[in-house]
Design a protein around this ligand. Sequence first.
Ligand SMILES: C[S@@+](CC[C@H](N)C(=O)[O-])C[C@H]1O[C@@H](n2cnc3c(N)ncnc32)[C@H](O)[C@@H]1O
Length: 478
Amino acid sequence: MPTELTSAQQTTIPEEEVEFATSASPLHTARLFTWRGELYRAIPEPGLPMWNRLTGTGLLQELIDQKYFVETVATDLKLAEAALVLKHRRIPFLSYPYEWCSAAFKAATIRFLELNIHLASEGLATTDVHPWNIVFEGTTPLFVDYGSFVPLEQIHRADFINQFRSQFWYPLQLMIKGHGRLARTLMQEYSQPIQEDELPGSRYLWRRCWLKLAKRFGHTRLGRGAQRLARLNRFHLQRQPSTETWVSELQRWKRRVERIRLPRQQTFWSHYYAEDFPDHQKPESWSLKQKTVADLLQELKPASVHDLAGNSGWYSLLAQQSEAQVICTDNDDIALNQLFQRQQSNSSITLAYLNIINPVGPHGTIDAHGKRLYTGVDERLKAECVLALGLTHHLVFTEMFDFPFIFGALSQFTQRDLIVEFVSREDEYVKTWWNDSYDWYTLDEFCDVAREFFEVVDVRDSSPAGRYLVVCQQKRNR
Ligand SMILES: C[S@@+](CC[C@H](N)C(=O)[O-])C[C@H]1O[C@@H](n2cnc3c(N)ncnc32)[C@H](O)[C@@H]1O
């Protein structure tokens, strides 16, 4: 396992410069903290045998190489009460499980099971059975909680499966039945996972049927038989299975998840790019809008791009070509799934479900620094350049936004530039929505409001006719 050396002399991290991400509860055996913008973990003395076990067998490096676990190195840094300080690589965009599209949620579920199959063969497991320890880098789900690795005999395997149902299987069931919004809302209550009776329909009730029959038929022959079966079932659940049985149980779950068919229903925007998704390698087939955005990305050279309301990501894929770190967000799960599946082989674009009208703010309890436990989406999904294309006229004519609302909503996601499309009254759709009460809806007014938020505002032609790209920039030396 490589060790990152800081200097000839070992550096002691001043405690007052450290910000811990978790409480000091003894249950947190490897506390995560930030120091000088980097992510670390403090391993106390009792955690060293597990470190030696994971590194001695080469297992941790194997997990990192096979992209199960986030890149991690040991350091020679010193922090009070830590016997060892580990450093994790930072993932560019942090999306929470309730923001994953259903294709991503399925991929994360499979990966989690595979990780546990892998760990079981070495006599280990993850003590936490939830998706909050998984972070997406592009389309790759990476497990990030070093503190979750424990010896297999320490976990109660029936509890593990019950938690797995609540935290992975039930949300997935809701998503694939088209109840994605319900799943997302319920998942925000991190500490209260979904229960089986919260699922629509009663297909899971059979799991309790023996107990029910036993109660109903009491001392009759049928009741006694049911009681025996209920006892047997409980005994079976409480028995710790052999490693072999455990691995085949996990493999069975993995096959069940793999068989899941993602939702295919038609949404309002799911076919937006169906017939017009020109080849990124053939600029001659691009529209004026596509060419202009490509030129602008060349000029602005942002290190990161947030393609907001990006649908299935034509512009995200364009930005990826210029080697920017890219996140594509939209409030259409089906459109995001199309992008997820399209870029499985080239997986650097991160995806997240985001409704620009109702972005999820900081939530959860307040920590020792007075901060909410879960940060708002604007803090996690910021980029140097935001693209907001084909969106603002919908916000004006269907969501009753005005221009200050639009720039307020969009500017919170950019660290520097915004490329936003203005669709004028001449456009074929806007023409049918416009009436006299929208006399303020002009390109000049749009640019005037843009200047209240940005220092440089410039206009380029877009396509079809009557559409414009408004390029908003902050001064570079800020
Ligand atoms: C006309 S398409 C534009 C797609 C792409 N940006 C482009 O210009 O080619 C509009 C997109 O906005 C998304 N959208 C609409 N309302 C939204 C909202 N409130 N939050 C996030 N996305 C939204 C739709 O799902 C759709 O994918």
